[in-house]
Design a protein around this ligand. Structure first.
Ligand code: IFM
Length: 789
């Protein structure tokens, strides 16, 4: 096994390198997505920056997570409560653009460059061969990283080798507004972040020291600065500045070739001080233009003082720490090994880490879904962070806490007397879904947030978070359920929730969606359990909290009654759970008569046609059953799988991983493996044919869940973790680490044996199938032989 500290070994290790040669089956746009880099705040697509007819990017983009432009949603037929504004993730200025010339002749590439991404280092590498009309040849090496140690910074490093001439080179370097990122399309998944017309240029400057473009956004009122600074190893002169438009700043440097080489770094800094949330008043303080310019200059000069090598080392150190804790090692399947690493890397490169930004469905890799955050974060993505980087999980939950005020006013707008209603899709915290049947109607997002708090708390025992933020989140979101349903006399007085949409977006506005009702039940039960725990932990503080939130015993009693009397649809004859009240009465979809090219159905049939049929876009009951854990009998889970799987299209990338998890849990290991394969390769093989507009972060995280919660059977219980490991027969071994219950443990599965190892922490209780064990500092290792039959 390679040592993770040895960068050289990693450089040569094919399982850490994703190169263009391995991706000949993919289009340029998909490769740009896969080669994207980011750090949770800033992300940039894997485009060369050396633009020419040959190296023209399919979709240029550099994005700032959490920053956005607000646009009015135009409806021809509007109605009360419709979302009024869209948020579009900030597409920042392109600072990767350079061009090289000699004696007024521009060098052009012979062919597209040779590119690869080093997954361990989160760095992009490209080699381009260029020539001039008069036959001069150069070789250009580009190395790029988006600094893990400096959230607003990207560094591009260039090494130019003159092959057959000497003298001087002119380097033209720009900061450029990207006008358009995608064609108009009827595909609702594709976003368009073209926003240059929404930015008003206030100031630009170019000096030998640094350069910048400063823009003003009108809504939300904010400033954005893109600044660069160049650092040459050779003698150079800053010779020309031209700015033919307010949205482009071009500089030129003349550099002396030394030993036929020119080496330089371009430091790019982006600042966009924007208010994401309304809870924190300080953030609303206006930012002064001059202060922003000074900050940009100082941060650039500070990075330059450190120099390229030092910055690279700081960046690599953090990446090294990340992989030390997070790596999953798969033996016997190179493609899965590469894919799971790619997925984990994109998750960490996309997730906000400061409580002010979340993780977009497409990460920071493309314009898809306008850069919005969905329930994907809580149900699919946070589990990965809970067990590998718990601080990131916490900060994603803090983002929700910080937008609680907006969720509360949305609840009021939607007619609820109290509580919070979180938006289906958003950046700023306001509802941005313009199609309410598959948007606002997905009230289950409230339960998703509470479920994520529950999982985080169970695994981390983080009381401080629960006291400061978690409890309030759980309580305010729980408050909505009583007003969303009623005790129905026609249904034995059970609590029914009407006119909602569950996760399956091929069925909308139904009564008693099984998933929503189950999750509401879990949510309310957890809220009550949590308040009891808080009271035991600190009764006075708990009473203060309940007083602050104006939560009475009567309200708690209602929650209790609702949870107890929640109606969960059940059809006794087949022993299955109907997806909702009307689902089983609908006409079956004609799968045999639907040719392959009619998928995804959402691009080929009107929603009403789809809604009228028994057909699923994605797991609904199956997901509920997984999240319900041991509350549901395994026979019911099996029956539900047998019923729903054949009528599920998996047109959503959130579906395959759920099915893999469900098959692992119910013992169909081959099916679990096949669905895992579909999940882990979603982007690496562009399985849904839309990875050119960004990766699918939920599927990426879902693939991690398939391994840990599926193949290894991890479940978190009160004060212990339980495992039911089953190494796929297609693999030779599996190894991963988990952080939970104050410890770090490593699991190593090989054919015939599993090893549990306590890496840190005092003691760790676990259950392996039915047997209890304790790992301690004195006896940290447990080997268990596995009978493969
Ligand atoms: O949140 C999902 C939804 O469940 C299915 N459509 C895509 C969204 C973003 O991934």
């Amino acid at each position: 096994m390679k040592t993770l500290n040895n960068y050289l070994a990693i450089d040569e290790d094919k399982q850490w390198i994703l190169s263009q040669d391995q991706l000949t089956h993919l289009s340029e746009g998909v490769i740009e997505t896969l080669f994207s880099l980011g750090n949770g705040t800033l992300g940039t697509r894997g485009t060369s920056g050396y633009e020419s007819d040959i190296t023209q990017p399919e979709c240029e983009g550099t994005y700032i997570n959490g920053s956005y432009i607000r646009e009015t949603i135009e409806y021809d037929e509007s109605a009360y409560g419709f979302a009024q504004f869209n948020n579009k993730m900030m597409q920042a200025f392109n600072t990767k653009a350079i061009e090289i010339s000699s004696e007024n002749e521009v060098f052009k590439p012979h062919s597209i460059g040779k590119r690869h991404v080093n997954l361990h280092q989160a760095s992009y590498h490209e080699v381009l061969q260029l020539h001039s009309d008069s036959g001069k040849e150069i070789k250009l090496h580009i190395t790029r990283f988006v600094c893990q140690h400096q959230q607003n910074m990207m560094i591009n490093h260039y090494q130019i080798e003159a092959v057959n001439f000497s003298g001087k080179l002119q380097i033209t370097s720009s900061i450029r507004g990207s006008d358009s990122t995608s064609q108009n399309s009827n595909d609702p998944r594709i976003g368009n972040l073209s926003m240059i017309d929404k930015l008003h240029c206030l100031e630009s400057l170019s000096t030998p020291e640094y350069a910048f473009l400063l823009h003003q956004l009108s809504d939300p009122k904010s400033l954005m600065i893109a600044a660069t600074s160049h650092q040459f190893e050779q003698k150079n002169k800053h010779i020309k500045i031209s700015s033919n438009s307010k949205n482009v700043l071009t500089e030129q440097f003349e550099v002396e070739l030394t030993d036929n080489k020119v080496t330089f770094s371009k430091y790019s800094l982006y600042l966009c001080p924007q208010t994401l949330t309304s809870n924190n008043q300080q953030q609303n303080a206006p930012v002064d233009e001059q202060a922003l310019i000074t900050q940009a200059r100082e941060e650039l000069l500070c990075a330059k003082n450190l120099g390229y090598q030092e910055n690279l080392q700081l960046h690599q150190q953090l990446m090294n720490d990340f992989w030390q804790d997070s790596d999953v090692i798969i033996e016997g399947h190179d493609q899965h090994q590469l894919a799971i690493r790619l997925n984990m890397l994109h998750l960490t490169m996309s997730a906000g880490k400061d409580g002010q930004r979340n993780i977009a469905a497409k990460g920071l890799t493309g314009p898809g879904y306008d850069g919005h955050y969905f329930w994907d974060s809580e149900i699919y993505i946070i589990p990965y962070f809970i067990y590998t980087q718990p601080d990131v999980a916490k900060s994603l939950l803090s983002y929700r806490f910080n937008s609680l005020a907006k969720a509360k006013s949305r609840a009021t707008e939607m007619g609820h007397e109290q509580g919070a209603l979180f938006p289906w899709r958003t950046i700023s915290g306001e509802e941005c879904s313009s199609f309410f049947p598959a948007g606002t109607a997905q009230y289950h997002i409230n339960a998703a947030i509470a479920y994520a708090v529950r999982q985080y708390f169970k695994a981390s025992d983080d009381w401080q978070f629960i006291w400061d933020e978690g409890a309030e989140l759980v309580i305010e979101t729980a408050r909505l359920w009583p007003s969303l349903g009623h005790f129905n006399k026609n249904n034995s007085n059970r609590f029914c929730i009407d006119t909602v949409t569950g996760p399956d977006e091929y069925t909308a506005l139904v009564n008693n969606n099984y998933y929503t009702n189950s999750m509401a039940k879990i949510h309310l039960s957890f809220a009550i359990e949590l308040i009891n725990k808080l009271s035991v932990n600190n009764e006075i503080r708990c009473n203060l909290l309940l007083t602050k939130l104006n939560l009475s015993i009567e309200e708690l009693n209602i929650w209790k009654e609702i949870a107890e009397r929640m109606y969960l649809p059940h059809q006794a004859e087949q022993n299955i759970s109907p997806q909702d009240d009307s689902f089983l009465d609908k006409k079956p979809w004609d799968f045999i008569g639907t040719p392959k090219d009619k998928y995804p159905l959402l691009l080929n049939f009107h929603p009403l046609v789809i809604y009228r049929h028994q057909v699923l876009k994605q797991a609904d009951v199956i997901l509920a059953n997984f999240l319900q854990d041991d509350e549901v009998d395994i026979r019911l889970k099996r029956n539900n799988l047998a019923f729903y799987e054949p009528i599920t299209t998996h047109d959503s990338t959130l579906s395959a991983c759920t099915h893999s998890l469900a098959y692992s849990e119910t013992g169909n290991h081959q099916a679990a493996f096949d669905y895992f394969d579909d999940t882990v390769l979603t982007d690496l093989n562009n399985l849904h044919n839309n990875s050119h507009y960004g990766v699918h972060t939920a599927a990426m995280s879902g693939s991690w869940m398939c391994i840990t919660q599926g193949f290894a059977g991890l479940r978190i219980r009160d004060n212990y973790a339980s495992f039911q490991p089953n190494l796929p027969k297609q693999w030779q071994g599996l190894r991963f680490k988990l952080k939970l219950l104050g410890c770090q443990v490593e699991l190593t599965l090989s054919r015939g044996q599993i090893t549990y190892q306590l890496l840190s922490g005092k003691q760790f209780s676990l259950k392996h199938y039915q047997q209890d064990y304790l790992l301690t500092e004195l006896e940290p290792t447990l080997h268990i032989a596995i009978d493969e039959d």
